[in-house]
Write a protein that binds this ligand. Structure first.
Ligand code: NAP
Length: 254
């Protein structure tokens, strides 16, 4: 796997997919900037990357706090130089469902899954446009394809993220700045651990990160995987509402 990028910032790098993408990206020679709230996890990942011959810097931040995000991006940009690749990966999956409806939880989740991505983009986009080069990647989810029962709030944040990325991508076409929206299915990470939902076609983080990075390296507009789950959800996407209401609970919220 070869990247044009020399530098990358990865949000949500303290565990799961973010940590695995950082490891794999650093192995290709890209200098990585790591951010998330948990400093010890970031520190031990940075040490692991450096021990393997890579270059890593870290700046802990709470993505829900714009000032904290801005400070972390300024610190990482100073250490890395201009950012060629942003992977906005930080995310949370809080239960906002008909059974447990909470606007406060939805607000919290939206701040991390959607608003924080906008602050991260704001921190890198002007320089990318000036340099006519760069790539913005957002980690959305196959849950964005349709409002899923049992994950209504999460689906809504990820659908918002996909739309944000798609609109920007079309606007930036021909500018030298690429935009990639990644839509993973279920991946075995702390986010999915302990869930009592059905999690078909579950993948391990190593192959999942490899698929994501391969698509990013190729500058793809979208990276949607695994294929069987994409096929299932594409079918569901085009179902009429009356049929969706009959089947969706059985499929996604048993
Ligand atoms: N696992 C799946 O099945 C799956 C499927 C589709 C999409 N995704 C998406 O993939 C991304 C990575 O998730 P994951 O599965 O790897 O889960 P994870 O291991 O729980 O990772 C989530 C990351 O987000 C960070 N984060 C959460 N809240 C934050 C905050 N307020 N400020 C800064 N960082 C914050 C966490 O770091 P700290 O706690 O240290 O802050 C952690 O590094 C998420 O956007 C998720 O929605 C996951």
């Amino acid at each position: 796997m070869r990247f044009k990028a020399e530098t990358a910032i990865i949000t949500g790098a303290s565990s799961g997919l973010g940590a695995e993408m950082a490891r794999q990206l650093a192995r290709t020679g890209v200098k990585v900037g790591l951010t998330a709230r948990r400093e010890p996890e970031l520190e031990s990942l940075a040490q692991e990357i450096r021990a393997a011959g890579g270059i890593a810097f870290l700046a802990p931040a709470d993505a829900a706090d714009p000032a904290s995000t801005r400070a972390a991006f300024a610190q990482l940009t100073e250490a890395l130089g201009p950012v060629d690749l942003l992977i906005a990966n930080a995310g949370v999956g809080l239960h906002v469902t008909a059974d447990q409806f909470s606007a406060e939880k939805f607000d919290k989740m939206t701040r991390v899954n959607l608003i924080a991505v906008a602050y991260a983009i704001e921190a890198v986009l002007p320089t990318m446009r000036e340099r006519k080069s760069g790539q913005i990647v957002g980690i959305s989810s196959l849950a964005s394809y349709r409002g899923l029962p049992g994950s209504a709030g999460y689906s809504a944040t990820k659908a918002g993220l996909t739309s944000l990325l798609e609109g920007l991508r079309a606007e930036l076409a021909g500018s030298g700045v690429k935009v990639t929206a990644v839509h993973p299915g279920f991946v075995r990470t702390p986010m999915t651990a302990g869930s009592n939902h059905r999690q078909p076609f579950m993948m391990d983080p190593e192959p999942a990160a490899r698929i994501m990075l391969r698509g990013i390296a190729r500058g793809k507009r979208r990276v949607d995987f695994p294929l069987p789950m994409v096929a299932l959800l594409r079918g569901v996407q085009f179902m009429p509402g009356w049929l969706y209401d009959r089947l969706a609970n059985r499929l996604f919220n048993p």
